[in-house]
Design a protein around this ligand. Structure first.
Ligand SMILES: C[S@@+](CC[C@H](N)C(=O)[O-])C[C@H]1O[C@@H](n2cnc3c(N)ncnc32)[C@H](O)[C@@H]1O
Length: 262
């Protein structure tokens, strides 16, 4: 079923009306709460280190990168970039580009994160950067059903999508409760069922599900001459680190068996 609804979020006092501009995101990143970007590198590293879920997600992304023999990863709308910080721990050899369109947050992150190239970049207005693998971590909420397809169509290299969550009955209930309890809650993007999410890229990409703690997909551009991995490329680590059905080594060997379909 394809269903998309607007998301509302109550940031409490000092929230913004709608999270749809760089200025609004800069406002959120300047807060001292969980959404803020810590003022010092030490604070930022310590926050990243305390978040195990980002380590596991980074391992899932690196597993795909290794399978595709990618040497560079470009991540969009990185925000606080805790996942990307973990990427540099799990795979320090990968060249990493981090982008976001919020200028003050990008400037602060650039100072914290010398291991990556941190770039001011508007994903809706600009073409993707040059990289072997692209990463969209919880960006699904940011654009409408009309805005996403032309953005995906510009990606001509593989993309890993880690979506924020699927729209399920319990999420609908949460959204209704937010609207009742906080009528002035911030408009914070969109939530989608699995069908609606996959519909965002179905005109330009084929997808494979990746095992991760979030809804996750590897997208491959659907055009002649693209690199198509063997079907089990995404037998990736489960959220608890176990390999699905076989050893990590065996999985990595399969990942190398890529083939070209002209
Ligand atoms: C929901 S947050 C996700 C942040 C981060 N990827 C994460 O999962 O923690 C969305 C991020 O996308 C950024 N963003 C929104 N619109 C954007 C655009 N047009 N171009 C680039 N970044 C954008 C925001 O500044 C924000 O940091």
């Amino acid at each position: 079923m394809k269903l998309t609804i607007r998301r509302r979020y109550s940031f409490g006092s000092g929230g913004v009306h709608e999270l749809n501009t760089a200025a609004a995101w800069d406002e959120i990143r300047s807060r001292g709460d969980v959404f803020g970007l810590p003022e010092t590198r030490e604070g930022w590293l310590s926050e990243a280190a305390s978040r195990d879920e980002f380590e596991r997600r980074a391992e899932a992304v690196v597993c795909v990168a290794r399978g595709l023999e990618a040497r560079s990863v470009s991540s969009y709308g990185v925000g606080t970039a805790y996942l990307e910080q973990w990427l540099t721990v799990v795979a320090p050899d990968l060249e990493l580009i981090c982008t976001d369109f919020a200028p003050r947050a990008v400037a602060r992150l650039g100072a914290h994160f010398p291991e990556a190239r941190v770039v001011l970049h508007d994903l809706q207005a600009e073409a993707p950067l040059n990289a072997d693998l692209h990463l969209l971590h919880r960006l699904d909420t940011e654009f409408s059903d009309e805005a996403w397809p032309p953005i995906f169509a510009r990606f001509d290299r593989p993309v890993v999508v880690l979506a924020s969550e699927f729209l399920r009955p319990r999420v609908v209930a949460r959204e209704l409760a937010t609207r009742c309890r906080h009528p002035r809650a911030t408009k914070a993007g969109w939530l989608r069922t699995e069908g609606a999410l996959r519909g965002l890229w179905s005109a330009s990409h084929d997808d494979q599900r990746i095992d991760a703690d979030l809804p996750a997909y590897l997208l491959l551009p659907r055009r002649e001459g693209v690199l198509v991995p063997s079907p089990d490329i995404c037998s990736l680590p489960l959220a608890d680190g176990r390999q699905k059905g076989r050893s990590r080594r065996a999985a990595q060997m399969t990942h190398r068996s890529l083939c070209w379909f002209a």
